[in-house]
Write a protein that binds this ligand. Structure first.
Ligand SMILES: *Cc1c(COP(=O)(O)O)cnc(C)c1O
Length: 375
């Protein structure tokens, strides 16, 4: 068994090559490289897929988070609650805007912040919270929204890993991940569940005023060309990337299903291994498995990773270091280690998962994992 990858973008491309090539060539020959029909078309298609009023495309997921925080009108020194167990971008934009990240612990099962964790970190300076729908499953947005609105706190969902997931609220209504808070942000980085062939990102909102503001900030703070009413930035989704995304969005439902069936296969193969905890399945969110992340008990994580590597099976540790232990973010650390984040950093292991995984590969990977624990 050779050439197993965490994500197999080549096989995915080959399966949609004709459609994608046509859309990209069409864009190239149109010479509409900035804005234009491909960007507009994708924006509308994504609005209808997500059932959200406004999608504002931008250059990448990190920009989306930054522009979202800028649109909320936060002032330097305002505090923003963020999980300590996430990709750096979530906290980076907060620090960059001279806001103060309050890094909180996460739930050991879902890897996301909970309403209780959020509520206990609130103080009068907290003006926003950024729940991260980590690995493809939503945080408990029902409880988070209730607490946020009671305290006048804005909610920016970091939905870079959970596009397409459904959240079910207490009234039984299903909403797409990223469309529940004031603003949702996503990334179209190639390995994300909806990825383009380079960088890309988008913001979602149902609020007309916020939509105007997001659009303006992403476009040099101008609503009318050469008239700048706020300090903005330059963050655009390339038309060629929009052309790719327009095609891939049509396959996203099928792609999510493929990821879920890989996860189901892994779950079944690992369910009797004492030292492994398979991913938690939330009662209020579907899981689109951006990552399939195991918890490995007994300090065996690194040995398992090594064993798999020797058999040609890649695996990754998302994330090996809590944010507050990163050099750049240590300045925001209050000295209290967060026990769940610490434990997860030492025990999580993500296995290969993507949209084109075949049964032979799954048999091989699960066989190797089982061999490790039976040895
Ligand atoms: C990928 C990712 C981002 C950043 O997206 P980019 O497009 O790489 O800037 C932000 N947050 C999370 C949780 C991510 O996984």
């Amino acid at each position: 068994m050779n050439d197993i990858q965490m994500v197999d973008l080549k096989k995915q491309y080959l399966n949609i090559k004709d459609e994608v090539d046509e859309a990209v060539l069409d864009c190239i020959s149109s010479t509409r490289y900035i804005g234009g029909p491909k960007v507009e078309g994708f924006k509308r298609d994504l609005e209808s897929f997500l059932d959200v009023k406004h999608v504002i495309p931008c250059a990448n997921g990190t920009d989306a988070l930054q522009i979202a925080l800028m649109a909320l009108g936060l002032k330097p020194g305002d505090e923003v609650i963020v999980p300590s167990f996430t990709y750096v971008a979530t906290a980076e934009v907060i620090a960059l805007l001279r806001l103060k990240p309050i890094m909180v612990d996460v739930d050991p099962d879902s890897f996301c912040i909970t309403p209780q964790i959020f509520e206990s970190a609130i103080n009068p300076k907290v003006k926003a919270v950024v729940p991260v729908h980590l690995f493809g499953q939503c945080a408990d947005m029902g409880g988070i929204m209730e607490i946020a609105s009671a305290h006048g706190i804005k909610v920016v969902e970091d939905n870079a890993q959970a596009i397409g997931a459904y959240f079910t609220d207490s009234s039984g209504q299903r909403k797409r991940a990223g469309t529940i808070g004031d603003i949702g942000c996503t990334s179209f980085f190639p390995s994300k569940n909806l990825g383009c062939f380079g960088d890309g990102g988008a913001m979602f909102t149902n609020d007309d005023e916020l939509a105007t503001s997001l659009k303006m900030i992403a476009n040099h703070g101008q609503e009318i060309k050469y008239y700048h009413s706020v300090v903005g930035c330059n963050s655009r989704l390339d038309a060629i990337q929009a052309a790719v995304l327009g095609i891939k969005l049509k396959h996203l439902k099928k792609y999510s299903e493929a990821r879920i069936s890989v996860a189901d296969y892994y779950d079944a193969a690992f369910k009797d291994i004492q030292e492994l905890t398979t991913p938690y399945r939330s009662p209020f969110s579907t899981h689109v498995f951006h990552q399939y992340t195991l918890k490995v008990a007994g300090g065996k994580r690194d040995a398992l990773r090594q064993f798999l590597q020797e058999k040609g099976i890649p695996s990754m540790i998302y994330y090996p270091v809590p944010l507050y232990k990163q050099k750049a973010y240590a300045q925001f650390f209050n000295g209290n280690e967060l026990p769940v984040t610490e434990a997860l950093s030492d025990s999580v292991l993500s296995l290969p998962i993507h949209t084109e995984m075949d049964e032979d590969t799954l048999v091989y990977i699960t066989g190797a994992v089982r061999d490790f624990f039976s040895a």
